[in-house]
Design a protein around this ligand. Structure first.
Ligand code: ADP
Length: 217
């Protein structure tokens, strides 16, 4: 087993002594390569803060985070940008596609940012499996929510990042699209041995993940 993510006694506090919010109060866990883990918990329990600390958008107050055995807690500047671009894939609740780029350019954007090579076979396979081959020339504002999220999945998976972080990826979708998007994300993650961490409020989806982590207060 290869450990992809190691969270080691992290704490994240906001504010100062007079008004301190303990958004994350000492948590530790590990995620192995290929695992599909869901994070659940009431609103305000620290799920987004945790994801933001892993994605390096936010800094922990104490503790360490290792991705692929590499301590990312102190990363700064170019090293931080390089890590985020090369090792992480993001899927958001509100899709976060670039409106002035067509579907193809959106999917290829992470690779072009690091001047990487495009795996053409994988690209074609993802388009077909996600049923978005016919959409490549379209712009995001002409797509449905389900289509946008399937494009975002292609964008996240094509790079083969070490870790995929999905923040309520089905939160803006109806039940039919929720089922389709989740099934595709799960299936493709398995096929490509991707490691995925997904925040969700949907107990039925969480139950179908390899493991559920629940954040308390
Ligand atoms: P969740 O995603 O589970 O709803 P969050 O991680 O968004 O929870 O928030 C956890 C706690 O940290 C909440 O009490 C929230 O108000 C607080 N919090 C989150 N971000 C900030 C911030 N930038 N400044 C101050 N408090 C924050």
């Amino acid at each position: 087993m290869e450990t992809i993510l190691r969270i080691d006694n992290i704490e994240k506090y906001y504010g100062n002594k007079s008004s301190l919010t303990k958004a994350i109060d000492n948590i530790s866990f590990e995620v192995e390569k290929g695992e599909f883990v869901s994070i659940m918990g009431a609103s305000g329990s620290g799920k987004t803060t945790l994801l933001n600390c892993i994605s390096t958008l936010d800094k922990v107050t104490s503790g360490r985070i290792f991705v692929g055995g590499y301590d990312i807690t102190g990363l700064k500047g170019n090293k931080l940008n390089k890590f985020r671009r090369e090792e992480l894939g993001f899927i958001f609740q509100d899709f976060n596609l670039v409106e002035f780029l067509n579907v193809q350019d959106n999917i290829l954007l992470p690779i072009s940012l690091v001047n990487g090579d495009i795996n053409k076979e994988k690209y074609t396979y993802l388009l077909e499996t996600l049923r978005i081959s016919k959409l490549v020339g379209k712009y995001p504002n002409t797509l449905s929510g389900g289509e946008k999220q399937r494009v975002a999945i292609a964008r996240a998976l094509l790079m083969q990042p070490r870790l995929i972080l999905a923040d309520e990826p089905t939160g803006n979708l109806d039940s039919r699209n929720t089922e389709e998007v989740f099934c595709l994300l799960k299936r493709l993650s398995e096929e490509f041995e991707q490691t995925t961490i997904m925040i969700t409020h949907d107990l039925k989806l969480a139950d179908r993940c390899d493991r559920v982590l629940t954040m308390k207060d």
